[in-house]
Design a protein around this ligand. Structure first.
Ligand SMILES: [Mg+2]
Length: 384
């Protein structure tokens, strides 16, 4: 059965150890451990599958690993080399689709939704292409979402490829679910819940009462439900917020005293938003009173913005309304972003867009203070 969404999880097999073994045929059949100097309380970073058979695993103290395999070959890691190979692998994956989201140096999700042919055949094709480019093996897990694709790459490891659907995981241990660590697994075990199938018998409410807010997610994951998207390569997570603040040389309370600084921080914030290509929907004004107490006020905008003037209008309004006593600091931040390329074109484009575009160009060439608004002039002059 072919899933609707076609998500792949590519996971390199014993990555660091495998890179170290490239071109070193003489070590191919020996237990190999990558990690620091054994005398220096170091831990195992990676090991090959021969070493794993003896119970060695990443994160184990090196001294313990060497007790398990006294004759093991210990190699110190060469991070630059892992990085080089990682780039090479990424290039191979990107030749299949731009929908590649690396999650670590040796793992990436791919979204092949909408392509034709068997998904497992595609996975084998990718695995072969990676091997041909690097002489390194990976396992490619397939599923209808990230959760199942990742479980599949764990399940079919090493040198494997295969699909897991929600019905395939009922007999898996509960700990195989994303988000169930050893602690949570032990907690569930006390309730006799050791498999995903048994986990499914628990109601949403009961799971939440056992696991807290994380219970909701576990409820869905246990059923193989996971809506998280795979991002295209180069996607950057929006920052939580962007803002600036200014501490006054002496406490101020009049709008004429704090407005230049407020105009200046709004201008800096707008500039950064435009540079990052984000539009924000919430403007937060913050200020600190004489007794150090911090106050914040927020306003939701009708249309997300990256314009200094719009941010300032909202901030000024809040300041005039709320600042009733001397303050020592004022600041503004903007949050709840949407990428500006994806923004719907407004029917009433902000008048300042072109002005700011030109001002930004001048600032990038001649410095931040080359163009300032008249309102922030006294701030630039260092009056407050
Ligand atoms: Mg790996």
């Amino acid at each position: 059965m072919e899933p609707d969404r076609r998500i792949l999880h590519v996971d390199m097999d014993a990555y660091f150890a495998s890179v170290e073994l490239l071109g070193r045929e003489e070590l191919q059949n020996r237990p190999v451990i990558v990690g620091g100097d054994p005398g220096f309380r170091s831990v195992v970073t990676s090991c090959n599958y021969i070493a794993r058979k003896y119970g060695v695993h990443a994160g184990m103290p090196m001294t313990r690993a060497l007790n398990l395999i006294p004759g093991a070959v210990v190699l110190s890691g060469s991070f630059a080399r892992y990085k080089t190979y990682s780039t090479r692998i990424l290039k191979v994956l990107l030749s299949f689709t731009p929908m590649v989201q690396p999650t670590s140096i040796d793992e990436a999700f791919m979204d092949l939704t909408g392509t034709s042919g068997g998904i497992v055949e595609k996975a084998l094709e990718i695995q072969k292409a990676v091997y041909e480019a690097t002489s390194l093996w990976c396992t490619v897990g397939c599923g209808p979402n990230r959760l199942l694709a990742k479980m599949a790459s764990n399940f079919y490891k090493p040198k494997g490829a295969g699909l897991l659907m929600p019905d395939d995981i009922v007999d898996f241990p509960a700990g195989a679910i994303w988000g169930i660590g050893p602690g949570t697994a032990a907690k569930l075990e006390m309730f006799g819940i050791n498999t995903i199938g048994k986990l499914r018998s628990l109601s949403r409410g009961l799971l939440k009462s056992i696991l807290g807010t994380g219970g909701e997610e576990i409820f869905r994951y246990a059923r193989g439900i996971d809506d998280r998207p795979v991002r295209f390569f180069g996607y950057t997570e929006p920052p939580k917020s962007m803002g600036h603040e200014h501490t006054f040389t002496r406490d101020v309370s009049l709008p004429s005293e704090y407005m230049p600084a407020l105009a200046a921080v709004c201008q800096k914030t707008g500039f950064r938003l435009r540079e990052g290509k984000w539009l924000g929907s919430v403007v937060t004004l913050k200020y600190r009173l004489r007794n150090m107490k911090r106050v914040t006020r927020r306003r939701i905008l009708a249309v997300p913005t990256d314009q200094d003037q719009t941010i300032l209008t909202a901030a000024e309004d809040m300041a005039r309304q709320h600042i009733q006593e001397p303050i020592r600091l004022i600041g503004v931040s903007v949050s709840h972003f949407v990428p500006s390329e994806n923004a719907q074109l407004s029917f009433f484009p902000e008048r300042t867009v072109e002005l700011n575009r030109v001002a930004d160009r001048v600032r990038k060439r001649y410095g931040e203070k080359a163009v300032v608004s008249a309102r922030s002039l006294e701030y630039i002059q260092g009056k407050y």
